[in-house]
Design a protein around this ligand. Structure first.
Ligand SMILES: [Zn+2]
Ligand SMILES: [Zn+2]
Length: 570
C-alpha cells in the first residue's frame, strides 16, 4: 500500500508551506488529507484504478491529481518546487521541541541556519538572542530540546530494541536450538533509552555461530569481529553485539554483559573483600579455582547475595537488599489482571469495543477499562455526553456476549488549564472508572501545573492520573511539577498514578515510580492502547515498574475483579 507514503509527502508539503508562511487553509487541507489517507483501509492504488479517489473526505480534484502524480512518479512538482525554496535541513529544525515554523524560517532567513547542528552552534555562541521574538529563555529551551532530540534519536526505545533483539534471537535459534540465547545489556534491565542490543549465546561452537550471524540477513555493516564475538550495524543503523560463551560460564557472562556498570563495580568490590576475583568467566579464588560461573544464581550466591533481578541492577540499593535478604518480590506480567487506559474507535482508537475486550480476554485479563477522550480534546475526537450514552449502551450489549471479561465504562478526561475537568460531576459519576490527564497548556509554571493535577486528584470521581509528567521520549521532556506535593495529595485522596507503558511515553519514570511506592501511593500500569496490538505494551510498563521496585500490592491492576470493584467504588 502506498497510502502511508503519499500521506508522508503531504505532511512534508504542509510543513514546507508552513515555513513558507503559506495560506493556513491550504496547509490545513494537506494535513487533513494526510490524516484521512492514514485512516483509509483501502489501497489507494485500487481507488485510483476505480476512479474513486475523490470519494475520500477532504480530497478534491486538485489533491487527487497530486496523489496520482506521487503514486506514479514518487513525488510531485509542487513538493519539488518547495524544496528548492526551503532546504530540507530547515524542515529538520521542526523536530527540535520548541522550534516552530516561524522560528525555523527566521533562523534560515537571518542566519542561513539549515541543519540542527548549525542551530546548536548558533545557540551556543549566543547568535540567536536578539533576533525578533527570541528571548534568552527561548535559546535555553532550544538547547534543551536539541539535547533531548539527540539522545532520543541516538538511543532506541524499548519497543524498537525488543523488536531488533527478537529478530536476531529467532535467526540464531535455528543454529543453537537448545542453547540459551538471551538479550542482555540495558534492554534486559528494561532501561528507557537503549544504545545497542547485546545478545549472549551459550555454545561450544562460537565460530559457526558468529559466521552465520554475520552472513545473515539484516546485517548492513560489520563493525568488529573476533573468535567469540562480533558487532554489526543493522539495515536501520542499530548496533547489535553478539557474544558466545561456553555453557559453563554463561551465568558469569550474563551478569557481566547485563550490567549496569555501577552494579558490576559493586560486585567486584564484594569479590575483593572475600579475596576473590570476578570477571565475565566466573568468580575465582586466589589459586584461580572457579567458585561459580554457570548460572547467575550461583555467581550471586558465591558473593553472599540473593539473586538480583536484572531491572534492579543499577546500584541503587539492590546490593544491600540482596545481602540482607530483603529484595522486593517484584511485580510480574502474570500478576496483571487488566488494563485501565485503552482507546476504542469511539475516539481516536482503531478497534471496536468488542475487539479490544476480546483481545484483553485472550491476554488473560479479568477486566478492561475503555477510556476514550473527553469532549474538549477535538483532535482526538473526544466524546460528547450524547456519544457517552451510545457508548455505554454498546458496552452493555457487548458485555452480554462476552461473559468472561468485565468491560468497564471509563474515560480519559481532560484536566483544563485551571485544573477543572471536562465533564461535570453528574457525568463523571456515571463512569465505572475515571482516568484524568493533561494534554495541553504544558508551558504553565510549576505551581500551576502542580495545582491542576492536585485539583484533579481531589475530585472524588477520579481514580487515576494518566501519564503524570507529560514526557514524550524524543519530543517532550517532563513538565515541571512538584512531585512531592502530588504524592502527598494522591495518597490523601487514594488516587493512583499511572505508569504509561506506551514506548514513546514510559511515564512515570522508574525514579518517580519508586518514590510513589515509598510514599504509599499506588500505581496503575496502563498501555494507552489505540489498537489491539498496543495492549501488548503491558510488558514494557511492567519492566518499568520493576525498575521502580514495585511489588504486587503497589499496583492497582494486580487486584482481582471483585477487589478492584470494591476499591474503585466512590
Ligand atoms: Zn493521554
Ligand atoms: Zn490515552
Amino acid at each position: 500500500m502506498k497510502n502511508e507514503f503519499v500521506s508522508s509527502v503531504f505532511r512534508n508539503i504542509a510543513e514546507l508551506l508552513e515555513i513558507n508562511e503559506d495560506n493556513p487553509f491550504r496547509i490545513r487541507a494537506y494535513i487533513r488529507a494526510a490524516d484521512n489517507l492514514d485512516a483509509l483501509k483501502i489501497d489507494i492504488e485500487d481507488m485510483i484504478a476505480e476512479k474513486k479517489l475523490e470519494d475520500v473526505p477532504g480530497i478534491g480534484h486538485d489533491l487527487a491529481s497530486k496523489i496520482k502524480e506521487i503514486v506514479k512518479t514518487g513525488t510531485c512538482q509542487q513538493y519539488e518546487d518547495l524544496k528548492k525554496i526551503i532546504p530540507e535541513g530547515v524542515v529538520a529544525l521542526l523536530q527540535v521541541p520548541s522550534v516552530g515554523p516561524q522560528s525555523a524560517r527566521l533562523f534560515f532567513d537571518k542566519l542561513k541556519i539549515a541543519s540542527i547542528d548549525e542551530l546548536k552552534t548558533a545557540a551556543t555562541k549566543g547568535k540567536l538572542s536578539g533576533l525578533p521574538g527570541i528571548k534568552d529563555k527561548s535559546v535555553a529551551n532550544i538547547l534543551k530540546g536539541i539535547t533531548l532530540l539527540e539522545k532520543g534519536l541516538r538511543d532506541m526505545d524499548v519497543l524498537t530494541a525488543t523488536t531488533v533483539a527478537e529478530g536476531f534471537v529467532e535467526k540464531l535459534r535455528a543454529l543453537a536450538k537448545k542453547e540459551k540465547i538471551v538479550p542482555a545489556g540495558s534492554l534486559r534491565r528494561m532501561k528507557d533509552g537503549i544504545h545497542d542490543v547485546d545478545i549472549l549465546i551459550a555454545s561450544n561452537h562460537p565460530q559457526e555461530i558468529i559466521a552465520s550471524f554475520l552472513a545473515g540477513p539484516g546485517v548492513k555493516k560489520i563493525l568488529a569481529q573476533g573468535p567469540a564475538k562480533s558487532s554489526i550495524l543493522t539495515d536501520s543503523d542499530q548496533q547489535v553485539d553478539l557474544r558466545v560463551f561456553k555453557p559453563q560460564s554463561f551465568g558469569a557472562g550474563l551478569i557481566y554483559f547485563t550490567g549496569s556498570k555501577n552494579h558490576n563495580i559493586r560486585l567486584r568490590q564484594l569479590a575483593i573483600k572475600k579475596d576473590y576475583k570476578i570477571n565475565e568467566y566466573g568468580v575465582f579464588d586466589k589459586k584461580n579455582k572457579c567458585m561459580a560461573s554457570k548460572t547467575e544464581e550461583e555467581v550471586y550466591k558465591a558473593l553472599g547475595l540473593d539473586f538480583i533481578p536484572p531491572e534492579l541492577r543499577e546500584d541503587t540499593g539492590e546490593i544491600e537488599a540482596a545481602l540482607n535478604h530483603e529484595l522486593p518480590e517484584l511485580i510480574s506480567l502474570g500478576d496483571i489482571k487488566g488494563d485501565f487506559h485503552v482507546h476504542t474507535n469511539y475516539s481516536d482508537g482503531e478497534n471496536s469495543i468488542e475487539e479490544m475486550a476480546r483481545r484483553a480476554h485472550e491476554l488473560g485479563y479479568q477486566y478492561i477499562c475503555l477510556t476514550d477522550h473527553s469532549a474538549s480534546l477535538k483532535i482526538a475526537r473526544g466524546l460528547s455526553p450524547a456519544d457517552l450514552k451510545k457508548k455505554k449502551k454498546e458496552i452493555e450489549k457487548v458485555q452480554k456476549r462476552l461473559k468472561k471479561i468485565r468491560i468497564l465504562f471509563g474515560t480519559e478526561v481532560e484536566i483544563d488549564a485551571q485544573g477543572s475537568l471536562d465533564y461535570k460531576d453528574s457525568v463523571l459519576k456515571e463512569f465505572d472508572l475515571v482516568v484524568a490527564a493533561i494534554h495541553s497548556g504544558f508551558k504553565q509554571s510549576k505551581e500551576q501545573l502542580t495545582r491542576r493535577i492536585v485539583r484533579a486528584c481531589e475530585n472524588k470521581y477520579v481514580h487515576i492520573i494518566a501519564h503524570p509528567t507529560g514526557k514524550l521520549r524524543v519530543t517532550r521532556d517532563s513538565y515541571e511539577i512538584d512531585f512531592k506535593e502530588i504524592l502527598k495529595v494522591a495518597r490523601q485522596t487514594n488516587t493512583a498514578l499511572e505508569i504509561n507503558a506506551h514506548p514513546y511515553r514510559m511515564d512515570l519514570s522508574d525514579i518517580y515510580a519508586r518514590a510513589a511506592k515509598d510514599n504509599g501511593v499506588r500505581c496503575a500500569i496502563d498501555t494507552d492502547a489505540h489498537n489491539t496490538g498496543h495492549l501488548e505494551y503491558m510488558k514494557f510498563g511492567v519492566g518499568l515498574a520493576r525498575r521502580g521496585w514495585l511489588e504486587k500490592q503497589n499496583v492497582l491492576n494486580s487486584l482481582s475483579l471483585p477487589e478492584l470493584l470494591k476499591t474503585i467504588k466512590k
